[in-house]
Design a protein. Structure first.
Length: 260
């Protein structure tokens, strides 16, 4: 008997990086991951990889900022499996620019993917979770849910906001046995981070190596990147919570970059 036997888990942004690792790990522990992503080809490839290991998986095309697409994706999951037990709201992007010339369009785009995406996927899943009297919702926060960095105004704003959303859902969901928590990783080498290393080097006029050493890993206890596996451990811990005892919380996984 594994922790997630038969549990249906929608993981947004699961075609790549952290979300993909979460989907793989859920499947390895008996769960059925729904790989929901804007990039349907990559989502299908991830689902095939999981199936190749002998587990079930389902790829769904989903732009998390599009209410109709989110509703359709969740409806397809209900049609196929009859339930959704777990939501990992993970899809996200990064845009780095100084606040003084941050384009309004980029601000809105980033907030929409992180916050509208979390809201819309939560709302679409909740009615099914309430009906089943069971649900585990995990939001992908960041150390930037607790801490700020230059060049990341909308990202820091959105990641702080997810903690508020989780706390409200923890209160509203409790009577339906639905918990909500946030995982807050430090820097993880995924495409999202690889893209911003040269961008930050350009903005600050330093080398890429300096971005890694003097910005990203400067305050860690050991100069190490967090891994997708480390983050998946924390997500699965929250997703497996047996009761409302563990709800409305946020856990930082960052090699000690942020300590609370
Ligand atoms: P990634 O770029 O590897 O993966 C992000 C995935 O989200 C991609 O598959 C992309 O197609 C998908 N996506 C983007 N916009 C979408 C949309 N509108 N609808 C559906 N899917 C969409 O990035 P990652 O590093 O794995 O990031 C995943 C999450 O982890 C993000 O929320 C990010 O903010 C968070 N995070 C990352 C780090 C890090 O260092 N990498 C640290 C803390 C938090």
């Amino acid at each position: 008997m594994s922790r997630f036997d038969g549990r249906v888990a929608i993981v947004t942004g699961a075609a790549s990086g952290i979300g993909k690792e979460i989907a793989l790990r859920l499947a390895a522990e008996g769960g059925i991951p729904v790989v929901a992503d804007l990039n349907i080809d990559a989502a299908k490839a991830t689902a095939e990889e999981i199936k190749g290991k002998g587990s079930d998986a389902f790829a769904v095309a989903m732009n998390v900022t599009d209410e109709a697409a989110v509703e359709k994706g969740v409806a397809d999951v209900i049609a196929k499996y009859g339930k959704v037990d777990i939501l990992v709201s993970n899809a996200g992007i990064q845009i780095v620019k100084p606040l003084v010339d941050f384009p309004f369009e980029d601000w809105k785009k980033l907030l929409s993917i992180h916050l509208d995406g979390a809201f819309l996927t939560t709302k679409a899943c909740l009615k099914h979770m309430y009906a089943a009297n069971y649900g585990r919702v995990v939001y992908m926060g960041s150390v930037h849910s607790k801490e700020a960095s230059k060049l990341k105004a909308p990202y820091v704003t959105a990641k702080h906001g997810l903690i508020g959303l989780a706390k409200v859902l923890a209160k509203e969901g409790a009577e339906h046995n639905v918990t909500a928590n946030v995982v807050c990783p430090g820097f993880v080498r995924t495409p999202l981070v690889d893209k911003q290393i040269p961008e930050q080097a350009k903005e600050f006029g330093i080398t890429e190596e300096q971005v890694v050493k003097t910005i990203m890993l400067k305050d860690t206890v050991d100069g190490e990147f967090t891994t997708t596996d480390d983050v998946a451990d924390a997500v699965l811990y929250f997703a497996a919570a047996k009761t409302n005892a563990l709800t409305g919380q946020s856990m930082v996984v960052s090699h000690g970059w942020f300590m609370q």
